[in-house]
Design a protein around this ligand. Structure first.
Ligand code: MRU
Length: 396
């Protein structure tokens, strides 16, 4: 079974396009697909984290509007003016952009899709259908491109680790004694497929280079224990789960054989400062202390050249209940998980305690050794920051 967070069915002659997402609140215990019929459905699913991960959020938002346009197209008999279709698209894109603030992929997709709708409106004789069709084609392409980009990220990252880390270079390919660690979930569930940081791990595993992966629980929302662990078990990649607070002990014990810590990103500023899941910064500090390489893996759509440094990135703060409560499946008297039982929510904190729950932190560029993109790995310069000119030159 292929792990798929997003299922999209393009329009056919007899039916409009449709979209489904794997409900990530139900994982790892139940696989439930929810249909997303409108931009409002997508906005709510993103805000509630039924779908999460920077690329997946952007793609679900873009495709939800494609579904709405596709439905409107089959219902209406008379084409609307190009201008009103463009306005409809722009308004909905702005609404979708307001769902979560930190990941730039959504804002990037909104900017690109708005430009496509505007260009279509300005074409000679363009009516509402032509504008909608241009939008739908572009949104569908984002889904396809994301998987290709992730596979390229996987290959570039695996090659860099082979060639630039102590654990990678002192053994030939195929003999691997190479361990890595990752944080949060950056795999098939966070993207259209394959994943970014988890894509690099998949690639190392496919090349028979990887002996072990450590994944952190990723409190408070547990993307590591619920989602990454689920993907690693699914792909039969040898792996061990640790709590976030065990990372220092792990690096003290495994520092020599741990080739790299590889994480994803929600927004990379122009100097390389990186916003990613809370806890990433502490892992980067630990990696530097223990001489372990620290890599960020992300598509170019995550690099925000308009944001100068990490201090300019807005960090989303989420509800206190994500810290004070936990949700999980029930277990029977023998310790077996009761998969079909409704998940239980339990309180794990003193009532009335004040809570601070930032969903992301900023890792300074100076602590990052390389940023792995679909165009190759950009290494930190001697001045401690990154220059992304080489990976954007080819895309004028
Ligand atoms: O709050 P989330 O689960 O959306 O946070 C996800 C992350 O921080 C990921 O590391 C990032 O989005 C990259 S996903 C390829």
């Amino acid at each position: 079974m292929v792990l798929q967070a997003i299922r999209y069915y393009p329009a056919r002659e007899s039916s409009a396009a449709s979209l489904e997402i794997l409900d990530q609140l139900a994982l790892p215990h139940r696989s439930v697909y929810l249909s997303v019929d409108s931009c409002e459905d997508a906005w709510n699913a993103i805000r509630q984290m039924k779908v999460r991960g920077a690329p997946a959020i952007a793609i679900v938002a873009a495709l939800s509007l494609a579904v709405e346009l596709s439905r409107a197209r089959t219902i209406e008999t008379k084409a609307e003016a190009g201008q009103s279709a463009r306005e409809f698209i722009w308004n909905n894109l702005e609404y979708l952009k307001s769902s979560r603030p930190t990941a730039v992929n959504l804002a990037d997709a909104v900017g690109k899709l708005k430009a496509i709708a505007e260009k279509a409106e300005k074409m000679d004789g363009a009516d509402g259908h032509a504008v909608a069709d241009s939008y739908i084609t572009a949104a569908e392409k984002m889904l396809i491109d994301d998987v290709k980009d992730n596979e390229a990220i996987g290959k570039h990252g695996a090659k860099w680790i082979r060639e630039n880390t102590k654990a990678g270079s002192w053994r030939g390919a195929g003999e691997g004694d190479l361990k890595v660690m990752t944080h949060c979930n950056t795999g098939s569930l966070a993207t259209a497929g394959y994943g970014t940081a988890l894509g690099v791990i998949r690639s190392l595993h496919a090349e028979n280079m990887l002996t072990h992966t450590f994944c952190s629980e990723t409190r408070p929302y547990n993307q590591g224990s619920r989602l990454t662990a689920y993907e690693l078990v699914h792909d039969k990649i040898p792996a061990t789960l640790i709590t976030d607070s065990m990372a220092a002990s792990l690096l003290a014990r495994e520092g020599d054989s741990l080739a790299a810590i590889i994480v994803g990103a929600d927004r990379v500023a122009a100097n390389g400062d990186t916003a990613n899941k809370i806890g990433t910064y502490s892992l980067a500090v630990l990696a530097r202390h223990h001489g372990v390489k620290f890599l960020v893996a992300a598509p170019r759509t995550t690099i925000d050249l308009w944001t100068a440094t990490g201090t300019d990135i807005v960090i989303e703060e989420r509800a206190k209940e994500e810290i004070t409560r936990m949700k999980g499946a029930k277990v029977d008297a023998k310790g077996q998980v009761l998969m079909d039982e409704v998940a239980e929510v339990i309180s794990v904190a003193a009532a009335d305690i004040d809570v601070w729950n930032p969903a992301f932190d900023i890792t300074p560029a100076a602590l990052i050794d390389g940023i792995v993109t679909e165009k190759g790995v950009v290494e930190r310069g001697v001045d401690g920051s990154f220059n992304f000119a080489s990976i954007f030159e080819s895309t004028a």
